[in-house]
Write a new protein. Structure first.
Length: 319
């Protein structure tokens, strides 16, 4: 039975002529019932802002690529946001979701009748785009942080982990310690796949220190900006908190989580929109500081019935 996710698009102020219905399988996630709990809700806000900025400069997003698409919803949103789109490519490391991506995109767009090219491609990060000599105006990536043993990415609904070395190569220690290996490697791989005036957008869960975000982009030769930031509930909670807790023990770091309901109440009291481009992510984290808890503390609270949240940052890099 297809899942009706029209509400996600409606809440993101994306107009569609018919309901948005998607299929999922055991290798992909369904869309969460509460709109702000979905990564794509924050991504769509960023897409709309980027569309406005590019239109003011006379630039169109003609070729869009998404890395780690899963169910194709990010590409469907891009299709409805970027009016000049000519090509949409959905890349995922798991071949089991490729047909799903492509079918969901076809069902929820009029790409076939308008001659818009679309495809779902198996690959890691941007390497297949580079191999195919594709140059994208906008590359969007929502890729996981928590390391996994090689091969386990393909076991069930496991896109919240990622394939660790040797796939990603050498990454500076401070980024490895904060579970930013996949994002660092993404920035390396995307440079050859961006068109002139192209932009890389990374959807990042802000559990690591904010100062590492611009540093990661600058070390890889990008001009850094934050398109917007927001706050969402931690999903797949038990598994994710265990993974981050393991990292805290192994590397002696502390990841940033927050007591969800108290944090949301404060944001509402301060009338801070979610997502927002009115404040930067470091300011958002500063505001939420009273409710910050570590992975270990979060797991204990979660097991007592409390909801846990984390910040979300839509990060843009231009060459």
């Amino acid at each position: 039975m297809p899942q009706d996710i029209t509400r996600l698009f409606r809440d993101a102020n994306i107009k569609t002529v018919k309901p948005i219905l998607i299929e999922s399988n055991e290798y992909s996630y369904t869309v969460k019932e509460e709109t702000p709990d979905n990564w794509n809700f924050h991504a769509f806000y960023a897409f709309k802002k980027l569309q406005q900025e590019r239109a003011q400069k006379g630039l169109a997003v003609k070729t869009f690529a998404t890395i780690g698409s899963g169910n194709g919803v990010d590409a469907i949103g891009a299709y409805h946001i970027f009016p000049g789109l000519e090509t949409a490519l959905m890349v995922d490391i798991n071949r089991q979701v490729l047909g799903l991506c492509k079918n969901n995109f076809a069902r929820n767009t009029d790409a076939d009748s308008k001659g818009v090219h679309y495809d779902a491609i198996e690959g890691s990060l941007c390497q297949r785009l580079v191999d195919m000599q594709i140059k994208a105006d906008l590359i969007y990536a929502n890729i996981p942080n928590v390391p996994e043993e090689p091969g386990r990415i393909f076991i069930g609904r496991n896109s919240s982990g990622f394939l660790d070395r040797p796939l990603y190569g050498s990454v500076p220690e401070e980024f490895e310690r904060h579970f930013m290996v996949s994002q660092y490697a993404l920035l390396k791989s995307a440079k050859k796949a961006l068109a002139k005036n192209g932009t890389l957008v990374v959807n990042f869960g802000g559990r690591a220190p904010y100062k590492l975000l611009p540093k990661m982009f600058k070390e890889n030769g990008y001009r850094f900006s934050e398109v917007c930031c927001g706050f969402k509930k931690q999903t797949e909670t038990e598994v994710m908190l265990l993974g981050y807790g393991k990292g805290e023990q192994e590397y002696g770091v502390e990841f940033d989580f927050y007591r969800y309901e108290a944090a949301m109440q404060l944001l509402q009291e301060k009338k801070i929109n979610n997502p927002t481009d009115e404040i930067r992510g470091d300011k958002l984290k500063e505001i939420l500081e009273p409710f910050k808890v570590s992975s270990a503390q979060s797991l204990e609270l979660y097991r007592k019935g409390e909801k846990i949240g984390h910040t979300v940052h839509l990060l843009a890099g231009d060459i």
